[in-house]
Ligand binder design. Structure first.
Ligand code: B12
Length: 217
């Protein structure tokens, strides 16, 4: 199968919500020598975006999003050992606390960013989803990370990225960490507006930006 055809099949497996098919295609991509992150970003994720657009138009429903999410998760899980095998450096490059902010349960993108950071030598503490500002604060006190990553996929929960920054500031800890924000509704302008240090659009970009933040700290 050509690479282009394989990418189309991957997107289709996510659109149709077929975890087994997605897993099998992940295996085919590896066998064909495709980089695992390329398979995710260029093959599987576009399928997820298509489902998201269909949902926005009322042509797909919550169960469809969930099934597609399961297919994407299955593909990422199948590719994860290879992502980790490409680990760049064995030495710990820095510590990152990451989570999806309060009120938001979207986990797939945040988890992918966490995996890629771990694969690049960072010690990552993933707090999960629906994480309150107080829980981020506790984690900053406990793990003393270099960077805090905040994910938000909803316009309504975007404000909770700002709430975490405010909480850190009030606790006198804002200057001890760098804050990076991400997720579909976030943007570089939003990052500046709420006093975050950076924004990254996807997992590759997140690794690049976190490297910059940890080298200039
Ligand atoms: C799958 C999905 C769900 C699943 C999530 C399953 C799961 N286990 O995560 C379920 C069904 C639970 C869900 C629920 C809802 N969803 Co939803 N969902 C999606 C969908 C289709 C895909 C998200 C996804 O996983 N993408 C794949 C990953 C790999 O990409 P990603 O998340 O964008 O992450 C990348 C980047 O954003 C970035 N990134 C992400 N996090 C971070 C963090 C940091 C620090 C950095 C640097 C970068 C970064 O890097 C990632 C990797 O490249 C999106 C549409 C879309 N295209 O995004 C809608 C979408 C986000 N959902 C939406 C909505 C409305 C909802 C609901 C409110 C629906 C409802 N009426 O109940 C609920 C909200 C539940 C809640 N309280 O959170 C809307 C949001 C609209 C808005 N502007 O607010 C969207 C945009 C769909 C749409 N077009 O209408 N959803």
């Amino acid at each position: 199968m050509s690479q282009e055809r394989l990418y189309q099949e991957m997107a289709q497996a996510v659109i149709a919500g077929q975890p087994d098919r997605a897993r099998a295609l992940a295996g085919e991509a590896l066998a064909a020598g495709i980089e695992p992150l390329d398979a995710i970003e260029e093959g599987f994720k576009p399928g997820m975006d298509t489902v998201g657009e269909a949902f926005a138009c009322g042509e797909a429903f919550i169960p469809d999003l969930m099934m597609s999410g399961e297919a994407l998760k299955a593909a990422i899980a199948a590719l994860e050992p290879e992502l980790m095998a490409r680990r760049q450096q064995r030495q710990v490059a820095g510590k990152v606390v990451i989570g999806t902010v309060q009120g938001d349960i979207h986990e797939i993108g945040k988890t992918l960013v966490a995996t890629m950071l771990a694969a690049n030598g960072y010690e990552v503490h993933d707090l999960g989803v629906d994480v309150s500002p107080a829980a981020f604060l506790d984690a900053v006190r406990r793990f003393e990370p270099d960077v805090v990553g905040l994910s938000a996929l909803l316009t309504t929960t975007l404000l909770n990225q700002e709430a975490v920054i405010t909480t850190l500031r009030e606790a006198g800890l804002r200057d001890r960490v760098r804050v990076i924000v991400g997720g579909v509704p976030a943007s570089p302008e939003w990052a500046t507006e709420i006093g975050a240090d950076a924004y990254a659009e996807n997992a590759t970009d997140a690794v690049r930006v976190v490297k910059e933040l940890t080298s200039t700290k």
